[in-house]
Design a protein around this ligand. Structure first.
Ligand code: MD6
Ligand code: FE
Length: 213
């Protein structure tokens, strides 16, 4: 165990850590920044290359944003819906993501992309790998806000056995290194109402999408 003295940092797999409640107390400020981002770059249901609308509504902030369309999946510096640059990554988001990465042992995290996922009740994310980034040496830092979710975390193949983790409001999941390309997914969100985020779960994932050199 890397952090025997910190019982709110939980080892999930090699180089994967759950920071329980890391964002607690920051909900209102995060919500205010998030609302400003979403008013500039509205949430939308992107279409997969095979033509299905995703159940999760998405947008981005930062220099680069993850997009899906009939061409495939990629990072774009332009929001295809507004034809404008994505909104700047709020300083609060960037700093919290860097602090979380450091707490998990990843120094020098320099995120250039933040994907914002909004799950309504019943929405889910199928098993996938995050492999559209140019730099796998940096971790992914994932914030969970609002309704809870069951997150399935597997290994480097689809068939690898999976661990189920509950991600609750305020949790941060950091993974990189040996787990960076592990398959993962989110089960259907159960109905509920969160005092700040209503009937939604928001997930913010911070990544280094472009090569740092
Ligand atoms: C979610 N997250 O938690 C979806 N990917 O809603 C992801 O797909 C994800 O949380 C890579 C790293 C962390 C993540
Ligand atoms: Fe992912």
């Amino acid at each position: 165990m890397l952090f025997p003295d910190e019982d709110n940092t939980i080892d999930i797999a090699s180089d994967a850590y759950l920071l329980k409640g890391f964002l607690l107390g920051q909900g209102e400020q995060i919500l205010a920044e998030l609302s400003a981002v979403i008013s500039q770059a509205p949430l939308r249901h992107m279409e997969t290359p095979s033509g299905y609308a995703m159940s999760v509504a998405m947008t981005n902030c930062g220099d680069w944003g993850w997009v899906a369309d009939h061409h495939g999946y990629r990072y774009s510096s332009i929001d295809p819906n507004t034809q404008q640059a994505w909104p700047q990554m709020p300083a609060l988001f960037k700093q919290l993501s860097i602090n979380a990465a450091e707490k998990a042992g990843f120094v020098g995290f320099a995120p250039d992309a933040c994907l914002i996922n909004r799950y309504g009740v019943g929405a889910k994310m199928s098993l996938h790998q995050d492999k559209d980034e140019a730099d796998f040496s940096q971790p992914i830092v994932s914030f969970s806000l609002g309704l809870p979710a069951i997150f399935d975390f597997g290994g480097s193949t689809r068939e690898h056995p999976r661990k189920s983790i509950e991600l609750e409001h305020g949790d941060v999941f950091v993974w990189g290194g040996r787990s960076r390309l592990n398959y993962h997914g989110v089960r259907h969100i159960k109905s509920g109402v969160h005092p700040q985020f209503g009937a939604y779960r928001f997930n913010l994932t911070f990544r280094r999408s472009q090569s740092a050199k």
